[in-house]
Design a protein around this ligand. Structure first.
Ligand code: PGA
Length: 264
């Protein structure tokens, strides 16, 4: 973790927690962090609830001045019109979302989203001043055939070519084989691919942009492995799925600087 880049811990709830459950969850997380004397400036926390929860989460965060950013798990590549079931970046911005996840491997697999679609969605995010968290990652088969970095680098290159060096974006390296499997990449594996992704950003958008860009790791992140991941120089945070649904586990992940020396 480089000191210049503020670490980002992002909780991807996927299709879990309805709007009432989301309110209870966010309240409990706020209390847990307050009890733990969490200092907001050290780590940025962002929550990614389902679309139907966003208004409730926004209202609660604003009313209680909770130290959380929030965003959506997807957006349309279009701004408005005849796109039944899709959600515009305009609507997300109106709900004060800061971020939006694009190209998650579950969207790529369940909705056949290819790199061109992910690039168009990233552009849509930027158009509405949302920071896209661009997800890339190799399957177990890709890993076997090409090694770890080739596919994520190709996926990211296609998105970067559609963006500008001045655009604000975050990258999430999420090996598909590590998502929900309980088998996280080792800190060295995660760092090697993050370094290759940073090098790709340097090639396409220049070294200044590469140095400033946060690269997250995602895939079976837990309180027990976050500290060792965050010790690596190119890992600037985590995109957390399953463990972000458990208040005490997620609040412990957010407080990784406290246990960074216990685990390596
Ligand atoms: P996981 O999911 O933490 O449950 O492995 C991560 C993700 O899909 O973003």
């Amino acid at each position: 973790m480089a000191t210049l880049r503020c670490p980002l811990i992002a909780g991807n709830w996927k299709m879990n927690l309805d709007h009432l459950q989301s309110i209870a969850f966010v309240q409990k997380l706020g209390w847990a962090l307050k009890d733990a004397k969490y200092v907001e400036s050290n780590v940025e926390v962002a929550l990614f609830p389902p679309f139907t929860d966003l208004r409730s989460v926004q209202t609660l965060i604003n009313a209680d001045s909770l130290p959380f950013a929030f965003g959506a798990q997807d957006l349309s590549m279009f701004d408005d019109g005849a796109h039944t079931g899709d959600i515009s970046g305009l609507f997300l911005k109106a709900l004060e979302c800061s971020y939006v996840i694009v190209g998650h491997s579950e969207r790529r697999a369940d909705h056949s989203e290819d790199d061109a679609i992910v690039a168009a969605k990233s552009r849509a995010a930027i158009r509405h001043s949302l920071v896209p968290i661009v997800c890339v990652g190799e399957t177990a088969e890709d890993l076997e055939t090409h090694g770890a970095a080739k596919i994520p680098v190709e996926q990211l290159t296609k998105v970067l070519e559609a963006l500008d060096a001045k655009d604000n974006y975050v990258v999430a390296y999420e090996p598909v084989w590590a998502i929900g499997s309980g088998q996280a990449a080792t800190p060295d594996q995660a760092n090697d691919v993050a370094a290759a992704l940073r090098e790709t950003i340097a090639q396409v958008h220049g070294s200044e942009r590469a140095e400033a860009t946060r690269i997250l790791y995602g895939g079976s992140v837990k309180a027990a492995n976050i500290a060792s991941l965050m010790k690596r120089p190119d890992v600037d945070g985590a995109l957390v799925g399953g463990a972000s649904l458990d208040v005490s586990e997620f609040s412990s992940i957010i407080q990784f600087p406290k246990h960074v020396t216990l685990d390596s």
